[in-house]
Design a protein around this ligand. Sequence first.
Ligand SMILES: Cc1ncc(COP(=O)(O)O)c(C=O)c1O
Length: 407
Amino acid sequence: MKRKHVYSSLFFAASKMLCFLRIFTCYCKGFEAVKKLPTPCYLIDEQKLHKNMEKLAAIKNQSGAKMLLALKCFAAWGVFDLMKPYMDGTTSSSYFEARLGYETFGKETHAYSVAYSSNDIKKVAGFSDKIIFNSLSQLGQFYPECRNVTCGIRINPGVSYSQFDLADPARTFSRLGVTAIKDIEAAVPMVSGAMIHFNCENEDVAAFERMLDGISCKYGTFLEQFDWISLGGGISYTEDHFDSRRFAQIINSFSQKFGLQVYLEPGEAAVAHTTSLMTTVLDIVENNKRIAVVDASIEAHMLDLLIYREPATFKGTVSQGGFPYQIAGRSCLAADIFGEGNFKNELEIGDTIMIEDAAGYTMVKKNWFNGLQMPSVALMRTDGQIDVLQASSYTDYKESLSTLLRI
Ligand SMILES: Cc1ncc(COP(=O)(O)O)c(C=O)c1O
């Protein structure tokens, strides 16, 4: 009996060792392959993406809500095959995004736009499962063309959770959604649901619950008449301390109370901490501090950080001590600065700097400022293999500005 126990312990230890060796081999293989990648490059980590997807799927299963990827945040469709098994479809902000979601993600396609043109409507009505209108006037104008599509209206509840005025949907004079009760009443005969987006980077489930309670009181009579509601994005589902169990309970009882299919529209949470912008140090200069200039630009390649005045974080840095450097971009902009970091070793020209969290609102905003080389997009597979999903050339830059079309 004892010997049997020893054998099984040995077997367990050996299989653990094998598993560890496999992970270590993949890691080494991945590390070697990554070193060969030309920079700049947005490098997506498949394993981390799966981890986020599993967290979203757990909330989906516990709450009964459907999860739609917000393409405004992340639209690198080369990895959608990895996301599809966990999510229910996509939501969008324009005809192009809606079409991309339909063509590359499939499942359920929600189309929303702050303002559609009549051309947009003709196209989105052809493939969307739901069209959500931002105002009563847009709904009234286009409803006759959307009779075969499920329509919704965006409601602006006048409350929100956002640290940024720029992204606050309930900011003063906001144009985002219908505010007047009489406008919602007028919309009801034309719609079967609504979208209420009222969060931005919200990790506070109690604050979410308070706002949802307020929304339930204010709009209860409409919610009882609707079949579905989308509660938008802006919730930090995939952060470590997010109370997903409590959140799922809140959604579940809200959905039961009003008999609603709830949709959630995560963008940032789906891809948070999955991707790095890989850069190379091209020069090191000194002006009262040491400045490492990399082959990328905050203005062109991580614009969101600049807009929201948030510093980048770098892999391989320590909170104190080490060798302090400012990491700066190579555009002509004087304040093209990613941020400061204390590196473990002195930096040298040719070193790789990995700038963390470069997926959400990053690749979708990259631009050709200064004609800088556009970062490629690559995926590091769980087995260490690297797939390059996108690479841009001089021709792409040239053609983004003019093509020789005669109108
Ligand atoms: C209507 C709507 N849905 C979803 C999102 C995605 O939000 P996030 O990426 O913060 O989850 C946004 C972001 O602004 C939004 O406006």
